[in-house]
Write a protein that binds this ligand. Structure first.
Ligand SMILES: *Cc1c(COP(=O)(O)O)cnc(C)c1O
Length: 326
């Protein structure tokens, strides 16, 4: 099947464009992870490409994962399993019942959705994995949001693409902003940067100044940072003690706006402004919220005259949920 070629060959670099809307006194660029040509794209498509290899290598015959009715990750995994001709089994919290675009897409890919109370998720997963094994099947379980080392590896590639762009164009980014959820994307970006900094140092070139800022969309700083740090540690392995620098991990929770999925009128206005100024759709749970958070961060830290890259991590179906709500 042709769509599988994307996973076999790896994902081509996603575009980086200068933005044309007026977002403040800096130059704003955007990296379009939402343009990955599979299942409406996004960082979950990038992560899925890494899980694809693991699933193939271990000869799994059923792909399992966890996520809510709005999960971009579940949509991508259900689409990938369908394209691979494998069964897909999704455990989902019964508290969220609304049929959103991602829910409908998951259904249309033929995935089986099993709901349970959110408090029973981990035992339901364990029970289901065991039941498949008893039947002689070989399930492959992916953590919610594509968290884990393959997901981190995928996002290290995102950073490599950014560094390649900087080398090619001579434009260097002073800041990189993005929405931070499970922390995998941030772990990948920061690991990528630590490796790139080490490479630059080894080659005798002068060190660069660049900050990666993760705008938390739900978690508090304490927990959020710890998860990102653990993921970096796992990814870098024995290189971790030499490469890791605490000041590289900027995870800020001032923009959670009351928790996962919550947003304000200002987020909504930001989304409209970006749509009008650049024709780029953003959702209220991740990307629009983080873009709004970036604006506030820039203001509070009085950042001007810098090159700022915003990572558009996807979530296009959620943009249409927003339109339906109004
Ligand atoms: C999952 C997701 C994120 C957060 O990525 P993490 O790797 O979980 O931190 C950001 N934006 C979109 C659109 C997502 O679907």
């Amino acid at each position: 099947m042709r769509q599988i070629a994307l996973f076999e060959q790896g994902i081509a670099p996603t575009p980086i464009e200068e933005m044309s809307g007026d977002y403040g006194k800096n130059r704003y660029y955007i990296k379009r992870e939402d343009m990955i040509p599979f299942s409406f794209g996004g960082n979950k498509a990038r992560k899925a490409a890494e899980f694809y290899r693991e699933i193939k290598d271990c000869g799994a015959d059923v792909v399992m994962t966890y996520g809510s009715n709005s999960s971009n990750h579940c949509r991508i995994i259900a689409n990938m399993a369908c394209a691979m001709g494998l069964d897909c089994h999704i455990i989902s919290p019964e508290e969220n019942r609304e049929r959103l675009y991602n829910t409908r897409l998951v259904e249309s890919f033929g995935a089986q959705i099993e709901t349970c109370p959110v408090s029973k998720v981990s035992e339901t997963i364990d029970r289901r994995v065991e039941a498949y094994r008893q039947e002689g099947r070989n399930p492959y379980f992916i953590l919610g949001g594509g968290h884990g080392n393959p997901g981190t590896r995928a996002c290290v590639n995102t950073y490599r693409e950014i560094a390649d762009y900087e080398r090619r164009t001579g434009i260097s980014f002073d800041y990189i902003f993005h929405a931070s959820g499970t922390g995998t994307t941030q772990a990948g970006l920061v690991s990528g940067k630590l490796l790139e900094d080490a490479r630059i140092k080894e080659s005798g070139q002068p060190a660069r100044w660049q900050k990666i800022v993760g705008i938390s969309i739900a978690r508090n700083e304490e927990r959020g940072r710890e998860v990102v740090r653990q993921s970096i540690k796992e990814y870098l392995g024995e290189k971790y003690p030499a490469l890791y620098r605490e000041e590289e991990l900027i995870f800020t929770d001032f923009c959670c706006l009351g928790g996962y999925g919550k947003y304000t009128k200002e987020v909504r206005e930001t989304i409209e402004k970006v749509m009008a100024g650049d024709g780029i759709p953003m959702d209220t749970t991740y990307v629009g919220k983080a873009f709004y958070g970036m604006g506030r961060y820039v203001e509070e830290h009085r950042i001007t005259g810098k090159n700022i890259l915003f990572l558009h991590t996807g979530g296009t179906p959620l943009f249409f949920d927003l339109i339906d709500r109004e």
